[in-house]
Design a protein around this ligand. Structure first.
Ligand code: AMP
Ligand code: MN
Ligand code: MN
Length: 325
């Protein structure tokens, strides 16, 4: 860790020591790392005898099926009345726009714990560890420094963040440290095969049908180096699938021979989302920084995994991305 990062860690620990009441938040449509780091941070704070609540906005429910086994003790769906007195901790959230609870911007102390290199450092304390495989890894490290014991349930939550953000230990963020974390979590009681089954198996037929529709329509551009799949509202309806069941489809596009950039465009159907599309971007090497493309459309992410939401049509999006790549 650099001195700056170490100072940030110190500042986070000092803020934890100085305050009694906390409110933990993450990005919209929480993924495995968002939930894993929330649960880990909650355990850390409660282990230190603090009052801590996690808040996830009602529109993010139901959570994706693969994460429904989490107990989520101390979860609320709107900021509690005393939220202005609470220290707000953002986890795995690169910018404030990614949190639907805009009201939280009014809070006093704002701790920002994340691993996205393009994090906008919106907190009063910004603890951004770009080299961390996942935000859960940062929380795991904090638990050590704070000397808080980890239950098997908490180890499982951190493991979910680790496995999902590293693409099951396959992306370039799969460091020695990531594996060391895995060793420790397994020692704390994580059953690897059982976790794999919970996260990646028990796939509903609707999800498989949605994957089939996406793959059926894959188009290749730029000498087959750019792969694009599109899922419209009609595809979700025909497959009987929910929006969150499209997670993971992009990994199949990324795996295609010769592909350097993979794109998945999903038409949104939620309230107030008419005409909006969520775009996921993945790169297979460092030649293209997809987070740069995402930022020009108001989104962000990592160099090899990024996303944004846009009001452009599918054709306009494909044209724009082709030109940018
Ligand atoms: P996704 O394609 O949704 O799996 O997201 C891939 C990566 O991009 C994750 O690290 C996200 O945090 C990031 N990301 C996705 N959408 C956005 C957005 N609208 N703004 C900032 N970052 C995003
Ligand atoms: Mn995330
Ligand atoms: Mn993450």
């Amino acid at each position: 860790m650099t001195p700056v990062t170490l100072d940030a860690r110190k500042a986070v620990l000092a803020a934890i020591g100085a305050h009694e009441r906390f409110l933990l938040v993450t990005h919209e449509h929480p993924d495995g790392d968002a939930l894993g780091s929330l649960i880990g941070m909650q355990a850390l704070l409660r282990g230190l005898g603090k009052d801590s609540l996690m808040v996830i906005s009602p529109e993010d429910f139901p959570l994706p099926g693969e994460y429904r086994f989490f107990a989520l003790d101390g979860l609320v769906t709107s900021p509690p009345e005393d939220f202005e007195l609470r220290t707000v901790v953002f986890l795995d959230c690169g910018n404030l726009d990614r949190n639907p609870l805009a009201v939280l911007r009014g809070a006093g102390e704002l701790v920002n714990i994340d691993h996205h290199h393009d994090n906008t450092r919106f907190g009063t304390i910004n603890y951004v560890v770009e080299g961390a495989s996942c935000t859960a890894e940062i929380v795991w490290d904090l638990m050590h420094v704070a000397g808080v014991e980890m239950s098997t349930e908490v180890a499982e939550a951190l493991y979910v963040g680790l496995v999902t953000d590293t693409g099951r230990f396959s992306y370039e963020n799969t460091t020695i440290r990531a594996h060391e974390m895995a060793v420790e979590l397994i020692a704390a009681g994580v059953d690897v095969a059982e976790m794999y089954r919970r996260i990646y198996e028990g796939v509903p037929l609707a999800k498989l049908r949605l994957l089939a529709r996406a793959l059926d329509g894959v188009a290749l551009y730029s000498d087959d180096r750019l792969a694009v799949a599109v899922l419209g509202i009609a595809d979700f309806e025909a497959a009987g699938a929910e929006a969150s069941q499209s997670e993971g489809i992009i990994d199949h596009l990324r795996a295609l021979a010769g592909v350097k950039v993979a794109v998945l465009i999903r038409e949104l159907s939620g309230e107030g989302q008419q005409g909006l599309r969520k775009v996921s971007l993945r790169a297979t090497d460092n030649d293209v920084d997809v987070s740069m493309i995402a930022r020009t459309h108001g989104g962000g992410g990592h160099r090899r995994a990024a996303g944004f939401t846009s009001g452009l049509s599918t054709a306009e999006l494909i044209d724009a991305i082709r030109a940018q790549v």
